[in-house]
Design a protein. Structure first.
Length: 156
C-alpha cells in the first residue's frame, strides 16, 4: 500500500484545519467558560485585535470583565472572600454590568466615557475595540480593583 505524498503547504493547511476543528470542538464542549462564550461565539483571530490596543494592565482587566472573575463584591462573595455581594451604592449587587452602566457612585467618571452610554449591551461594550478600551479604562478609574492601583494607564 503506497503512502500518499503531500506537499509541505498541503501538510500545513491540513494541520491548520485540524487545529481549528479541535479548538472549536473543545471551545463548544467545555463545561467551563460558559460566561466567556456569551461574548465570543468561537475563538478567532479577531479577538486578538481588541487586545492589541490595550496595555497589559488594561488587557488583564478586560479579560477579568469578560470572564466575570474580577475583584468586585459579587464575585468575591461567590468565592467566600466577602460576606456581602452588594455595591457600596446600596442599589444592586456589584457586578461588571452594574459598575459600567448603573452605579451612582461613578456617574461623574462615566460621563467622561461616551462609549459606555453608546453601547446598549455589556456584550457590545466588551467586544468592540474602542468600547472595550473605554470600559477597561473606566473600570481602572473607579479604583475598585486594588490589584491595579500601582499600574500606569494611558488616558483615553
Amino acid at each position: 500500500m503506497a503512502q500518499e505524498l503531500i506537499s509541505p503547504q498541503e501538510q500545513k493547511q491540513r494541520l491548520k484545519g485540524w487545529v481549528l476543528e479541535e479548538c472549536t470542538r473543545q471551545w463548544n464542549g467545555s463545561e467551563t467558560g460558559a460566561y466567556v462564550r456569551r461574548y465570543l461565539a468561537s475563538p478567532a483571530a479577531t479577538v486578538l485585535s481588541t487586545y492589541k490596543a490595550l496595555t497589559k494592565p488594561l488587557s488583564s482587566m478586560l479579560t477579568q470583565m469578560r470572564t466575570n472573575k474580577i475583584g468586585l463584591a459579587t464575585f468575591l462573595h461567590k468565592i467566600k472572600v466577602t460576606d456581602d455581594p452588594y455595591c457600596d451604592c446600596g442599589t444592586a449587587e456589584q457586578t461588571v454590568s452594574h459598575v459600567l452602566f448603573d452605579c451612582t457612585l461613578f456617574t461623574t467618571i462615566r460621563s467622561e466615557y461616551p462609549e459606555l452610554s453608546a453601547s446598549s449591551t455589556l456584550k457590545g461594550l466588551l467586544t468592540e475595540s474602542k468600547a472595550a478600551l473605554a470600559a477597561s479604562s473606566f473600570m481602572q478609574r473607579t479604583g475598585l480593583l486594588k490589584q491595579f492601583r500601582y499600574s500606569s494607564f494611558p488616558t483615553v
